[in-house]
Every structure is written in C-alpha cells, then in structure tokens.
Design a protein around this ligand. Structure first.
Ligand code: SF4
Ligand code: SF4
Length: 428
C-alpha cells in the first residue's frame, strides 16, 4: 500500500506476501445498515467512532478495560499499560457498561481486558455481574501470572462463570519470553494452563509473532496445543503490530503477513496442516484474519474440517448480520471447554474406524487455529476499520473498533480517549 501525507511525505508498506494471493483471499459480504449506531457523522472515518452510521459490522466481541494497571514490562503492548496509579473503574461503572451493551438487539461476547485484569481481586465479581446481566460468553485476556500462582483465584473465576482464558503465550521455549521482555517464564505459562485445566476452563493460547524471535516456533506452538488438547481450545496468532508500546520503528522486514503465517503453519507442521484448511472470515474484513477448525486425532494428527474454496466464497456473499451472528456463536462454542468431561476422557483412546473417531472427537477434541493481523498507523485501511467487529467500549459508551482505539502516532498520541463512564466522565 502506498500512502502520502502532507506533513510526512510518501511511504509504502507491505500488506501481503505470496500465496494464497491477495486477490484470491476474499469473503464478500452484503452490508446492511447497523441497527443502532451510537455516534453521528461529523469528521469522517476514523474520527466518528462509534459505531457511526457508516460502520458496516456489528459487535462480535466487546472489550471492557477493567484496569489500566499492569505488572509486566512487555516490549510489545497494544494497550501500552503500565503500573499506573489510576484507580480501576468501580463495579457501578462496570455494571453501567454491561447494561449499556445489553441494550442492543443482539448479545455480544465479552472480553475483559486492560491492563492486566487479574490484578483486580474483584474480577470474579465482574465476571458474575456480566453473567447475571445475561452475557453468555465472558473471556479474560491475561498474561497468566496470577492464574499460575493463585489456583484459588482460578477456581473463583470459574465459579463466577468465566467461559474462557485468552492467554498470552508466545511459544513453548523459555528464551522467547526473555526476548519479548515479558518478565514471565514458560513455567508460569504452564502452571497457568494446568490451573485452568484443573478448573475445566478452556484456554486459547495467543502468540504475538515477532520475526526472528518466535516465527520458527509456529509449528511447535501448534504441537504444544495438540499435546494440551484437554484444555487448549485454540491457537490465535497475532503478528506484531506497531501501536501502543513497541521497541523499534517498523520496517517492511518486521511485518509478518497472514499468508506467510499460513505457509509457515503448513511447512512447520510438516504438511500435517495444509494451507487450504484456512478460510477468510465471514464477519470482519477478509484481510483482517483467517481461521481453520481441526479435530485432534488419537495419533496426534489434525483432521481439517474447513477447506477454502475460492470460487464458492466469491460467488456467495454472506449477509453481514449473519456473519457476525455466526462468529459470535463460533467463539462461544469453540473457545470453551466441551461440557461432557466423561465423554472427553472416553474419546481419548478410541480405536474405532477413522470416520467414527472423527465424529466422536469432533465434539470433544476440536482445535481452532486462527490469526488476526492488527493494523497500525503505517498499514491502517479504512475499509478494514469499517468492517471491524471487535470493539472497545470507550468514552461516553462509544464502541470503537479495536485497531482505531489502540492506534497511536509515532509520538504516542491516541485517536480516541480511554474508557470513561457513560456520561463521558473519565472513569480512571
Ligand atoms: S471505524 Fe467505523 S465507527 Fe469508526 S468512524 Fe469509521 S465507520 Fe465510523
Ligand atoms: S481489530 Fe483490527 S484487525 Fe481485527 S477485525 Fe478489527 S480492524 Fe480488523
């Protein structure tokens, strides 16, 4: 993409490298208008969030920033969280957020984020509050340190109704965490996963991919997920984007594009996972993500349930409301633990024919492999922002596409304010 700016001149940035080709990667949508835009049109996209009447997709997942504090010094942090002295929003404010979201015609999924949400002792109460208001899927986005060290807390979260843990997990080698400046060890991650397993909490492991640090660990991360399929429900790769806090100015070489990840998955799993097992999204813009669904077979191999058929995808545009609804259900079903533990254990050592095994294990041993490429000031595209379905609840109850919310200029300036109470008063 080539851009020019009256103040900073012209520049270009790589969006896509290689196969599947940029032009073939397309899941067209029929866009209908939003049921309830929250903001009006004034300065144009991306300043009018949101959602404004020009936005083309409803909310799949709403992020609630329940704290600005963080106890880790990560080199890459989209929220640029630190150990701020800002007080956390109180439970009355959080209740207001939930009620505001539940006033929409459809119920979205919730991700509790921050900052590091597990710094809050009352996080179980926040989860329980959301469940009591009617949200069926509540996930916490965490570095996992408290989950590793405090099994009682994990138990409380589960009892409160937490659905799933979105765990920062950059790979199955200790050195990676040192290179990412995480201040956390692989042992901590393993302990967090074990405590989730003990409490029947599904985990999605989320590697931030940085070239030369963990881009050769993509296959091993998938193998790790397969070995922990009793608790790991998905692997969600996030190629490093350059907003919030990042350690250097990006060059094109730093950029890892979606097709490169797809091809690395294929080559680093020795072809066990084929590139055609990944499809563009039906909810957000095609160039934002990919996903594939797999059944883990008794021998540790993956059987793909999705197959990208380019001609099919192009000839049948999906209705945007339908796409959002499917995505909400998909996350709500695939990223939680299957309810029937007994059946899960029974399905461990099946020795039936492959087809019967596949059918049985598709209910208990599913692994979703996905990736989302966040946008930064260099590669941001308004078409992608307008089709975004991952929204942060921001100032005055506005819903702001995640990439627009976190976007920062090279001087660190943000486009949109941090969350406030619903009257626009700073909750922090
Ligand atoms: S990103 Fe969406 S909500 Fe924000 S200004 Fe653009 S169209 Fe409107
Ligand atoms: S968060 Fe960013 S990358 Fe993800 S769907 Fe929204 S605009 Fe696309």
């Amino acid at each position: 993409m080539r851009k020019s700016c009256p103040s900073h001149g012209s520049f270009e940035v790589v969006l896509w490298r290689g196969e599947p080709s940029y032009n073939s990667w397309n899941r067209p949508k029929n866009h209908s208008s939003l049921d309830s835009p929250y903001s009006g049109l004034d300065k144009g996209c991306p300043f009018d969030c949101g959602l404004c009447p020009d936005h083309r997709q409803e909310t799949c997942t709403a992020l609630l920033e329940v704290t600005f504090r963080c106890d880790r010094p990560c080199s890459f942090c989209y929220a640029n969280s630190r150990n701020f002295n800002n007080p956390d929003p109180d439970l009355v404010t959080v209740r207001g957020w939930y009620e505001h979201l539940s006033s929409k015609k459809y119920s979205c999924n919730i991700q509790l984020s921050g900052g590091e949400p597990t710094l809050r002792d009352d996080l179980p109460q926040i989860v329980a509050l959301g469940r009591s208001i009617g949200f069926r899927f509540i996930q916490v986005n965490t570095n996992g340190l408290r989950l590793a060290k405090d099994p009682k807390y994990v138990e409380q979260l589960k009892k409160a109704g937490l659905s799933s843990v979105f765990l920062q997990f950059d790979g199955p080698r200790d050195k990676i965490y040192e290179q990412m400046g995480r201040g956390i060890s692989l042992d901590n991650k393993l302990a967090a996963i074990e405590n989730c397993s003990q409490n029947e909490l599904g985990v999605v492991i989320v590697p931030t991919l940085v070239r030369g640090v963990n881009t050769d660990d993509i296959g091993n991360t998938i193998k790790f997920a397969i070995e922990h399929i009793n608790v790991v429900r998905g692997v969600h790769f996030q190629p490093a984007a350059f907003f919030g806090r990042y350690p250097w100015m990006p060059s094109n070489n730093d950029r890892i594009t979606l097709p490169e990840i797809i091809r690395s998955i294929e080559s680093q799993t020795g072809g066990m996972v084929h590139a055609t097992g990944f499809v563009p999204p039906g909810c957000e813009n095609s160039y934002c993500s990919f996903h594939g669904n797999f059944v883990v077979m008794p021998d540790g191999s993956l059987h793909s349930l999705s197959r990208y058929n380019h001609s099919d995808c192009c000839s049948h545009p999906i209705d945007s409301h339908e796409g959002a609804s499917i995505a909400r259900k998909f996350v709500g079903q695939r990223w939680v633990m299957p309810e029937n533990r007994v059946q899960r254990e029974e399905n461990e050592g099946l020795s039936l024919g492959r087809w019967d095994v596949l059918l049985k294990r598709s209910r208990t041993h599913m692994l979703c492999i996905s990736s989302m490429a966040f946008q930064d000031a260099w590669n941001v595209e308004l078409d992608r922002l307008r089709e975004c379905c991952i929204h942060v609840l921001g100032s005055g109850g506005r819903l702001i596409p995640f990439c627009a919310y976190n976007l920062t200029g090279i001087n660190g300036a943000v486009l949109h304010g941090r969350p406030m109470d619903l009257n626009g008063k700073d909750a922090s």
